[in-house]
Design a protein around this ligand. Structure first.
Ligand code: FPP
Length: 223
């Protein structure tokens, strides 16, 4: 959800105003997914690298997240949205984590859209955590052999073990890099880049991205 800071700066506003507007755009994008029949939406809300930002901005973002969950959990239940989170969630402040856990539990029965928030997330850290979990299991199960280390085994130990690999990555604010997002899972994902800052991203932009995706010919390395 890139471009919140630039959206605010271009209006002479503090960066947190961009994040506030960005959380409104989350609602818009979720509605667009429900309308279009998208079943999985994963939002990169806070990266491991974002901890390097000024303390006031981090605090503001965590409060925004709590507020968002407080205000939207009822609607998520009513609309059939199942909330999940990926990342090193133990690094989040306790009130934020508690709120998140409550919203995840409350929405567990949702079956229309799985909304995953990537929080304190890093694609490399996710792979490191998966390898650590496999090594722990290998110690407990010495029968695990080298040739049992497969892409499926690694995938089963990622935070996203119960999610399909993304079909489409939407990158806002014209950025042309992956920024440590879902490094394993994006291997064959189609990429759509829009110059719009995230707070300006509307369901019409989502529809454009989906139409762009529909024109792609996916070959997964084949012919
Ligand atoms: C990146 O833009 C955005 C973030 C680091 C935070 C995204 C968070 C929200 C939209 C709100 C909270 C989340 C939810 C799910 C309600 P940037 O700050 O790097 O912008 P810039 O590149 O223009 O500086």
């Amino acid at each position: 959800m890139d471009g919140n800071g630039r959206w605010a700066q271009s209006r002479g506003l503090p960066r947190i105003k961009g994040h506030e507007q960005g959380s409104q755009a989350v609602g818009e994008c979720v509605e667009g997914c429900l309308e279009s029949g998208v079943e999985f939406l994963t939002l990169y809300a806070f990266s491991s690298e974002n901890w390097k930002r000024p303390a006031a901005e981090i605090q503001g973002l965590m409060l925004l997240l709590e507020r968002f969950l407080e205000q939207k959990t009822r609607q998520m239940i009513d609309k059939g949205i199942r909330l999940r989170a990926i990342g090193r969630l133990d690094e989040l402040p306790a009130p934020c984590r508690d709120r998140l856990e409550r919203s995840i539990a409350a929405t567990a029965a949702g079956s229309r859209l799985t909304l995953t928030l990537a929080l304190s997330y890093s694609g490399r850290a996710e792979i490191v955590d998966a390898v650590r979990a496999i090594v722990r299991e290998a110690r407990a199960t010495p029968a695990l052999t080298e040739d049992q280390i497969t892409p499926e085994l690694i995938g089963a130990h990622l935070y996203t073990h119960d999610l399909p690999d993304p079909d489409l990555l939407i990158r806002t604010s014209g950025e042309l890099r992956l920024s440590n997002f879902l490094l394993w899972q994006l291997s064959y994902t189609e990429i759509h880049v829009t110059p719009k800052f995230w707070p300006d991203f509307t369901r019409a932009d989502l529809a454009d991205a989906l139409a762009d995706y529909a024109r792609r010919h996916r070959r997964f390395g084949g012919v």
